[in-house]
Design a protein around this ligand. Sequence first.
Ligand code: FAD
Ligand code: DLZ
Ligand code: SF4
Length: 507
Amino acid sequence: MKILIPILGDQLSLQMSSLQGISKSNSILLMVEVDEEANYVPHHKSKIAYIFSAMRHHAAYLRAQGWQVDYITYEQPDNSGSFTGELARAIERHAPDQIRVSEAGEWRVKAMIDSWGDRFDMAVHILPDTRFLASHAEFESWATGRKQLRMEYFYRDMRRKSGLLMDGDKPVGGQWNFDAENRKPATRDAAMPQPLSFPPDAITRDVIDIVERCFGHHIGRMERFGFAVTRAEALRQQAHFLDHALAHFGDYQDAMLSGEPFLWHSILSPYINSGLLDPLELCHEVEERYRQGRAPLNAAEGFIRQIIGWREYIRGIYWLAGPDYVTRNELGAKRPLPDFYWTGQTDMHCLSETIGQTIEFAYAHHIQRLMITGNFALLAGIDPAEVHKWYLAVYADAYEWVELPNSLGMSQYADGGMVASKPYASSGAYINRMSDYCRSCRFDVKQRIGPDACPFNALYWDFIARNDARLRDNPRMAMPYKNWDRMPQADKAAMNVQARKFLETLG
Ligand code: FAD
Ligand code: DLZ
Ligand code: SF4
């Protein structure tokens, strides 16, 4: 019995379900660099280079472990450009009896894999992706019958299930969530950690050349490409984070500083999502640091919540919501994405800083994504489908299952509150409190009206006013509407004019 096993670009782990319980001598692993995947959105150049290089290194690693790997490079002359086309060619080459594959991470590729059985008239075994704590069935059964889905309650179940930070059946420290301690603004500090940067080896340099040649028009710079491209390198970044950043991860999780893209974040998401790192193994390491007294509880709990809480919850929502989720637009936002999202060229310093580092590193941390680029798009009424495609393109960690509920749901409220209990909308005051951006901005964060007024201020009140019918009844929006109702009519009108004038400048 000969088995052909496609390994997708985000399945770079020896633990994949497709590799368990079969003989290496009867199996051929198929890995393909294809145009369809590289171009379904205009991915950041570093993202493509990272994935191709990590795939090439993983193929070498698999071979060293005794697997037979058939690897098709992007520039191979007969490369058909699609998963299905490459599978067809591989079937001709190897004449397998069976195809075996771990399930895809998104609806688009799932539909493709679901069609293979008929198309190739062959048994196709699709196995669950066991890199997650909750299966699809478990998430569905958790969600069934609940009036509102909230991450916090799901997270508590995941704590119980994994045993992470538990004392028997009680949470360590007597509390499930220490988020209230995790909102400190940061000051620049000589001891601030920087993530490791891995100099490109010959494989990565080749891939960077290909990307420059074939995707030169895509967003991004690769001069400072420093991603880990093997599991061994990713484990070094993991250890570096645990040793140098975890202890302050909680305190400064929401902070932003000019010229400091990484702060105390882990910079591990590309590796976790593509399979080089195991999320649960990482969480156990984090707990271990806490138990050894090397990281405080607010940091360890905060980090573990991001992984077994938010990451798992977001995946659950993606599959629960179905393939039409991508079309949701609860607030009816229609404006096109401003060009500066692709160039970083805007006078608004918070945006130029966040987008600038995105272009440079294919990275921005959560609060930058949520409260700078996301918040601006929400306030300005940008079409959520365009916002989604931007996030999917520009970040090295972006795969639809994790990006879409975060962008369309959490940040744009386009799902009407499935992910977030209220819109993450804020004026300039929040940005000023959590960052030093406003100090270097040509706009004045304290002003609401006039040529120097921070655009976020009038846009915020314009957002509140134009979504009155949709949001006023949300109990978590009671305060903004109370303040809006108290505002003198003349101020409301001036704010509206200010917002309109600004929006006209977006084109
Ligand atoms: P850290 O701050 O160190 O957090 C640790 C880990 O927790 C991350 O590596 C990640 O695996 C996980 N995590 C944290 N928050 C989330 C979350 N909300 N959803 C899922 N996992 C989370 N994350 C992605 O992995 N891919 C995306 O495409 C993506 N798109 C996003 C789009 C928007 C609009 C927003 C608001 C968030 C998005 N996130 C996405 C979540 C989060 O911003 C990133 O996971 C995080 O910034 C990655 O950087 P880090 O590894 O340094 O994370
Ligand atoms: C994101 C991406 C890119 C840019 N290129 C490839 C590729 O050439 N080959 C591949 O197998 N995977 C690639 N990926 C990741 C896939 O898009 C991802 O594995 C699927 O979307 C899984 O759902
Ligand atoms: Fe951003 Fe407004 Fe602050 Fe400028 S003043 S950095 S636009 S929040």
